[in-house]
Design a protein around this ligand. Structure first.
Ligand code: HEM
Length: 202
């Protein structure tokens, strides 16, 4: 019985609905390269510039929604955004990323879905941080704060966030919206990296 409840939990249904989109994101050439830890300095800086722009756009949009600030407080998105910005500055990234559109966030359900995608990305981020460190990057130092997850209780944080999702996405219509919001983030990432990195890195 417990098993059924777990499988039907909104957070698990969200994971299932986004499985293919997540897999596609992992295949984006530059992100796949990042995941090996072996990425050029220039590409690393550009990746950070895109993440900084992505977090900024999503946070601004959610903040503008009624109750948006309370939703954001359930996540680590604000801190992640600050890390990304600080890294971009420390790395003196020259690339400018224009404001990204996030029309798929239109209410609390889709906001929760977008937050699901970005908060869940900390799980993969922890793995990427370990790979970057193994490849000799000074993870944790200036310019490399975004992928520093040593001493961060990522798994516990994730469990706590999923329990919020299970409570807040209990209504079917909200869950449908969340799927759209989460898929919107995955698609935007694929598009942002695809547009700028067609053919991979230089
Ligand atoms: C090459 C890039 C990526 C790799 C290698 C990767 C890897 C992973 C891994 C290994 C997990 C599972 C961790 C675990 O279950 O303990 C995970 C979970 C997740 N990742 Fe990624 N990831 C990548 C990119 C992304 C991006 C760009 C996003 C969205 C912004 C994302 C969103 C998520 C989400 C939402 C989960 C949680 C799934 C769930 O349990 O519901 N990932 N990722």
């Amino acid at each position: 019985m417990t098993l059924n409840l777990a499988i039907n939990a909104p957070s698990e249904r969200l994971r299932f609905a986004c499985d293919a989109a997540h897999g596609a994101t992992e295949q984006v050439p530059l992100l796949a390269k990042l995941a090996t830890g072996d990425v050029s300095d220039a590409d690393y800086g550009r990746i950070m510039a895109i993440f900084a722009a992505l977090f900024e756009a999503i946070i601004l949009r959610i903040q503008a929604l009624p109750g948006g600030l309370n939703l954001l407080a359930l996540t680590h998105l604000a801190a992640r955004a600050r890390q990304a910005q600080a890294d971009v500055q420390s790395l003196a990234v020259q690339d400018r990323v224009g404001a990204l559109g996030v029309p798929f966030i239109r209410g609390s359900g889709s906001a929760l879905g977008a937050m699901y995608a970005l908060e869940g990305a900390r799980l993969g981020g922890a793995m990427i941080g370990a790979r970057l460190r193994r490849a000799g990057r000074p993870v944790g130092a200036a310019g490399y704060s975004f992928f520093e997850f040593r001493d961060v209780p990522v798994a516990e944080d994730w469990r706590a966030f999923k329990s919020h999702l299970d409570r807040l996405l209990a209504e079917e219509a909200q869950l449908d919206e969340a799927v759209l919001g989460a898929r919107g983030v995955f698609e935007l990432i694929a598009q942002a990296f695809g547009d700028r990195f067609t053919g991979g890195s230089e």
